[in-house]
Design a protein. Structure first.
Length: 305
């Protein structure tokens, strides 16, 4: 075969590979779903109205939070990574914590179902193994953060809110990078070795301990961000990667408790102490980024047909 013919064949193979990769992409639905699920948390950020009295009509006693006592550990709060640290006390932190757990599981089930459905209809399958691992493993980590904090109470003195913004963002980024990297590597042949399994166990422990000092109220956003980063790698999509990075960036800012400063800089002031939207400010920008990103991805997929 002559050199020109070989070059032409290679070019055709490259074009076929690109068309196949584009045809199997279906990230518009996971992006849209994650955006909607993120914004769906807004009503649960309703602040507690401490101006009313318990005997007033329609007024409830303040919620005591979601912590409970574990013998030998003291008070632990597994749902605190979803509901603690907000500027205003929440009317029902338990509802918010439960919502995030259910939202993460709903996003996981929908994503897996969607890609399996596409595999049947299009004949092209995108593996969701890494996405499942980072979501399930990450959920175990963030729920285990409370236990890590109970076993190592000195960690409470190194909370992310005690650090500067840049340091807080870097610590939270490291917390995200470990599970995302392990999930991606799990799709390689390396995952079959004993050494990698030991690394996974160590990584689980490290991220749990690191999370006890880093994650501040944004456990749900963190796990969605990790899932989006893994999804961008699975899809090899620049647009999905851009959306994932945008979602992650706003999540890191929210975790560092700087979202309020950002909105104040944009001249948005809360409409009274009970402004639900301002109370839910941490989820607004990440949710909008994912939702808009999903709709744009849907439009692009239609145009390519």
């Amino acid at each position: 075969m002559t050199a020109p013919n070989t070059a032409g064949l290679l070019d055709e193979l490259d074009r076929l590979r690109r068309r196949t990769r584009i045809a199997r992409r279906g990230h518009w639905l996971p992006l849209t779903a994650i955006g909607l699920l993120t914004l769906g948390a807004i009503p649960f950020y309703r602040p507690f109205d401490d101006s009313c009295t318990p005997d007033a009509s329609g007024c409830a006693l303040p919620d005591r939070g979601t912590s409970f006592t574990v013998p030998g550990l003291g008070r632990v709060d597994p749902l605190g990574v979803f509901n603690a640290g907000n500027i205003f006390p929440l009317a029902n932190p338990l509802a918010l914590g439960v919502y995030w757990v259910l939202a993460l599981l709903a996003g996981l089930v929908l994503t897996v179902w969607w890609y399996r459905r596409r595999a049947v209809s299009a004949g092209l399958e995108t593996s969701t193994g890494a996405y499942v691992k980072v979501t399930v493993g990450g959920l175990a980590v963030v729920l285990g953060i409370a236990l890590a904090g109970g076993l190592l109470p000195d960690l409470r003195g190194f909370r992310v809110t005690d650090s500067g913004t840049e340091e807080s963002v870097l610590k939270a980024a490291l917390f995200l990078a470990v599970p995302v990297t392990l999930a991606i590597l799990s799709e390689r042949d390396l995952a079959r070795t004993r050494g990698f399994r030991a690394v996974v166990v160590v990584g689980f422990l490290v991220t749990s301990v690191l999370g006890a000092t880093v994650v501040n109220k944004t456990g749900g956003l963190m796990l969605f961000a990790a899932g989006l980063l893994v999804l961008a790698w699975l899809e090899r999509s620049r647009w999905c990667a851009l959306v994932a990075l945008g979602y992650t960036g706003f999540t890191l800012l929210a975790n560092a408790s700087t979202m309020g400063t950002l909105f104040y800089a944009l001249a948005w002031r809360p409409d009274g102490r009970l402004d639900v939207l301002f109370s839910a400010k941490d989820v607004l920008l990440p949710g909008c980024v994912a939702l808009v990103g999903g709709l744009v991805a849907l439009a692009l997929s239609r145009l390519r047909r």
